[in-house]
Design a protein. Structure first.
Length: 366
């Protein structure tokens, strides 16, 4: 099987040194393994710019969606209500979670190429005093848009509600001063911008709000408070932990620091993104999101005009040459997506741009 690089929003291409960490088998009861878990938890708090006195971090088995579901089903009580701000599939997924868990909720939908408006959020909160929690996605990879969590969090805090942010594909690649913004719960995943591998999500939580959630959970395995209660003692997970993933993540955190932390990684991702958009423009391919709100993680592109082609054929052509891109996820237009996070550099962006050019020229002259 050929190795190929992932131009996706995660899972993503990792370093060989991160992969190498997974060759070691660890016992979950070992003190040295539990120390690794505690070190990871402490490092995450530093990345979030929060103090251990006010915030804590919890690791949760499963994908990022497990983390989102853990928060929503653990911190919103039977007599409380959630406002979901959605402008893509992952905001809409929160509504699916709420529906299945029988959480009272309402949803404020925006178009996929528009960001949720803080003024509209304030209006909804003023009109509905039953709303106790507000959730939204930071980097909505359906389109590649980056939402203004700062403006929305400010309104939520002013109105005395709890703020929940899905920062799945942005945490570690975009600097987020969690405490300063007044975010109470922020969720991300091991296989995104920190550049680990899939296997667990993590939640950075306001301690006071977390403690207040005790007894509210609608699930045993996803009970956020109980997970924290066990983990905070000595780093032991409640249930079997993904040991190889944890070791890889610890290494990924070290490599993030060696790169220069979040500012340096953000700069690399943003440079990748700018170059990608420039090279696509040379081919007559336009981005779906305007420049003001385009995030540095993944970009949705309209199909080029005047060239008829099959995305499946283009995908295969590029994959055979050792890169993988994503199909589009917006519904009202023909699009495809290219991510630029993970171990991706300028040379990769130039190579994949050249491959797309080759493919389209071949299709044009069929």
């Amino acid at each position: 099987m050929k190795n190929y690089k992932l131009l996706t929003p995660g899972p993503l291409t990792t370093t060989d040194t991160v992969k190498k960490e997974m060759l070691f088998d660890h016992c979950t009861w070992d003190d040295d393994y539990k120390v690794i878990t505690q070190e990871i938890r402490a490092r995450l708090l530093k990345l979030a710019h929060v103090s251990e006195a006010d915030y804590t971090s919890i690791l949760m088995q499963g994908s990022g969606t497990f983390g989102v579901e853990s928060v929503l089903t653990s911190v919103i009580g039977d007599n409380e209500k959630l406002l979901i701000c959605a402008n893509g599939a992952y905001g809409e997924r929160m509504a699916d979670i709420a529906e299945h868990a029988k959480i009272a909720y309402c949803i404020y939908n925006e178009k996929y190429d528009q960001i949720p408006d803080a003024g509209r959020v304030a209006q909804i909160l003023d009109e509905d005093s039953k709303i106790t929690h507000v959730s939204m996605v930071h980097s909505e990879t359906t389109s590649g848009i980056i939402n203004d969590i700062e403006a929305v969090a400010k309104v939520v805090k002013e109105k005395g509600r709890t703020m929940i942010v899905d920062a799945m594909s942005s945490f570690g690649g975009v600097d987020i001063p969690v405490a300063d913004l007044g975010i109470d719960f922020i969720i991300s995943s091991a296989n995104k911008c920190i550049q680990g591998v899939p296997g667990f999500s993590f939640i950075i939580a306001n301690k006071e709000k977390l403690i207040a959630s005790k007894g509210k959970a609608r699930s045993l395995s996803l009970d956020l408070y109980d997970q924290w209660e066990t983990m905070k003692k000595d780093g032991k997970w409640r249930f079997t932990s993904p040991t190889h993933v944890v070791l890889a993540f610890a290494q990924a955190l070290k490599e993030l620091e060696e790169e220069g932390g979040i500012p340096a990684r953000h700069r690399r991702y943003a440079d990748n993104n700018r170059l990608l958009i420039e090279k696509m423009a040379e081919l007559g391919i336009r981005p779906y999101i305007d420049g003001a709100h385009q995030g540095p993680i993944i970009t949705t592109f309209f199909y080029p005009e005047n060239v008829h082609f099959s995305f499946a054929e283009m995908y295969q052509y590029i994959k055979e040459r050792r890169y993988a891109i994503y199909p589009g996820k917006v519904t009202e237009a023909d699009t495809f997506r290219i991510g630029n996070i993970g171990e991706i550099y300028e040379e990769d962006i130039l190579k994949v741009s050249a491959l797309i050019k080759e493919f389209l020229e071949k299709e044009e002259y069929k």
